[in-house]
Design a protein around this ligand. Structure first.
Ligand SMILES: Cc1ncc(C[n+]2csc(CCOP(=O)(O)OP(=O)(O)O)c2C)c(N)n1
Ligand SMILES: [Mg+2]
Length: 620
């Protein structure tokens, strides 16, 4: 007979989380390694008290980390879990109202990227005794809705624990979803403020050590046979490696599959690093920001083998990447949802298991016809890395200098702006965990916060957050968290006075860079005046970071060296030319242009848009 233990709901949550483990390939690790949080009246005496009690008494081991912004703490949790290949995650506790809704963007980001995060937003009183509590929405149509209902469409599992009796089932469901590679994403358990503090006699066994086995589903033999038949019939196959390859730790197996079959491998933003850039079969990034080599192979391919990819519009160049009239797709994916895309022959399985099965079954090899193209492309990359652009350096030179400075295991972190595209095109990844570009949600502000979580997940690696001035201004405050926690990051802060990315996009779409500069508003009403008196280096310094200012690439290279030697968070600041050239990917991205306009620039862009749009294919 098991006993009962009298705990508050919050104490039970913390005790439960501290006893959850995951296992894959025989390796056990903590399922929930810690809890980020920001306290307010919604959680200070509930989850806050439980975390305090756990820390003071050792009743439960769940380290607490104070973040500076709730959105950022979810980014950090995403960075952590992605770095751990989704086998270990973090919890996030927030106060009710704005504290909780600040996590919405992070929830969407986690779910879009299929990364596990456990969100514990606080909620309005279950008893409604003091309603409306400070920050309560008060929907006049119904009393059982709160702002937290906005998490529903963003969460892979959502529950509100109105009564202590409901907690065990909610906790177990949360763990099941978090560590199921098919289901995973944001999991949200709303904890009403009064319920957090309410005591209940919980059964002991709820808190027993529990191991969640992370599955590696094997391919069904008939599905494997169908996939092999399509691949064997190919004249010009191409593999697209997505993030699933990396999360499944299948990089070595993919390299072997490519080497034994000779099939070229292109990578998506999430899949970069799955094969090393200098692997003989690596042709670099695919799609809108891919290499011309990969995009030419994609255009000609008759069979595309998509492994662990969700086929975002950037990957498919908005469905213009594949030109062969009879092109067919074979999709190896753990989720049938993704395997079914592009009307593919579906191979639903864990990436590693599926790749091994394909390697054993294909028994065929294709002639390589792209080695010269890859070599020529690498010369283009070398040139972009060492452009000698002036008077201000080019962003491609900054990327080159960081790539040169990086050790094999170092991690580069990015999310939005002109850098994700430049990185996918130019970055030479040597390790499956080296390239961490959040491009599912492409959320400005992810960089520093995400890097914090990444470093916590693997302190043995140097972590470089590359941040544009726009992203920095949105979310730089986790520098303070890094200082407080003693977490060493290298932040490369690229100042180009506004949105180089959206400015260039705007110009290409006939919108003349309207409203994308960080400059004074001039007399004509646009931001065409002088630069603003903003000094982000001083800003970073004021937050407690060590700051190195650089004007040239030589100074920047030296700055990176000093940053590596530093023992605390170091911001390396450099100004670049927002108009500096980048090699072309020869690809397209579907961003609709106004169909009618009185502006010549817009009409010209629309003509180009209509022409490109005709290349779009549905692949049904
Ligand atoms: C939260 C958020 N808001 C808006 C956007 C749209 N957006 C994409 S890139 C970008 C500008 C980024 O500016 P910066 O960080 O300076 O990078 P740069 O374009 O100059 O390289 C914007 C506004 C976004 N991706 N995320
Ligand atoms: Mg910028």
């Amino acid at each position: 007979m098991s006993g009962l233990v009298r705990l508050t709901v919050a104490q039970a949550v913390i005790r439960f989380l501290a006893n959850q483990w995951t296992e894959r390939d025989g390796l056990e690790q903590r399922a929930i390694a810690g809890c980020f949080g920001i306290f307010g009246h919604g959680n200070v005496a509930g989850v806050g008290q439980a975390l305090l009690q756990a820390q003071r008494t050792g009743e439960a081991d769940l380290p607490y980390h104070l973040a500076r912004n709730e959105q950022a703490m979810v980014h950090a949790a995403v960075g952590y879990a992605r770095m751990r290949n989704r086998l270990s995650a973090m919890a996030c506790t927030a106060s009710i109202g704005p504290g909780s809704t600040n996590m919405l963007t992070g929830a969407a980001l986690a779910t879009v990227n299929r990364i596990p995060v456990l969100l514990l937003p606080s909620d309005v009183f279950a008893t409604r005794a003091a309603a409306p509590v400070l920050q309560e929405l008060e929907d006049p149509r119904t009393y059982d809705v709160s702002v937290n209902d906005a998490f529903r469409p963003l969460s892979r599992f959502f529950d509100r624990v109105w009564r202590p009796e409901q907690l065990p089932a909610a906790l177990l469901a949360a763990m099941r979803v978090l560590f199921d590679p098919v289901e995973t994403g944001a999991v949200t358990l709303c904890l009403p403020q009064d319920v957090q503090a309410e005591a209940y006699d919980f059964p002991d066994e709820l808190f027993a050590r529990r191991v969640w086995h992370v599955a590696r589903p094997v391919p069904e033999p008939a599905a494997l046979a169908r996939a092999v038949e399509v691949i064997r019939s190919a004249q010009r196959p191409l593999i697209i490696a997505g993030g699933g390859v990396i999360y499944s730790e299948a990089a070595a197996d993919l390299s072997e599959l490519a080497a034994t079959t000779g099939i070229p491998v292109a990578d998506t933003q999430a899949g970069k690093g799955a094969v090393s850039w200098d692997h003989p079969n690596s042709v670099g990034g695919i799609g809108s920001t891919g290499t011309p080599v990969a995009n030419r192979l994609a255009a000609q391919a008759d069979v595309i083998i998509g492994i662990g990819t969700r086929y975002s519009d950037f990957t498919t160049a908005s469905r213009t990447a594949f030109h062969d009239p009879g092109v067919r797709f074979v999709n190896l994916n753990v989720a049938s949802f993704d395997a079914a895309k592009q009307a593919a022959t579906m191979l639903v399985a864990d990436a590693r298991e599926g790749i091994r099965a394909l390697t054993a079954a294909i028994g065929e090899s294709w002639q390589t016809t792209y080695a010269d193209d890859v070599a020529a492309w690498q010369l283009t990359v070398d040139r972009a890395y060492h452009l000698g652009h002036g008077p201000l350096p080019a962003q491609s030179e900054v990327i080159g200098a960081v790539n040169d400075a990086c050790g094999e295991r170092d991690v580069v972190v990015q999310a939005a702006g002109s850098m994700p595209g430049d990185l996918q095109l130019l970055w030479r990844a040597r390790d499956p965990k080296q390239y961490h570009v959040e491009y599912g949600y492409s959320c400005m502000g992810f960089e520093i916060a995400g890097a914090l979580g990444i470093k916590m997940a693997d302190p043995s690696r140097e972590v470089y957050a590359l941040v544009g001035d726009g992203s920095y201004l949105m979310m730089a405050q986790e520098i303070v968290t890094a200082v407080a926690e003693g977490i060493k990051l290298i932040v490369v802060l690229v100042q180009n006075h506004g949105f180089a990315s959206i400015g260039a996009l705007s110009e290409s779409l006939g919108s003349q860079r309207f409203g994308t500069n960080y400059r004074y508003r001039d007399t004509a009403g646009d931001y065409d005046g002088g630069y603003l008196p903003v000094d982000l280096a001083v800003n970073a310094q004021s937050l407690g970071a060590n700051v190195i200012r650089c004007r040239t690439i030589a100074e920047f290279t030296d700055g990176l060296k000093r940053a590596r030697e530093a023992d605390r968070i170091t911001v390396v600041h450099i100004e670049t030319d927002p108009l500096s050239p980048v090699p072309s990917s020869g690809s397209w991205w579907d961003v609709p242009v106004a169909e009618v306009s009185t502006l010549d620039s817009t009409r010209a862009a629309r003509a180009g848009y209509d022409a490109a749009k005709r290349n779009q294919r549905l692949h049904l």
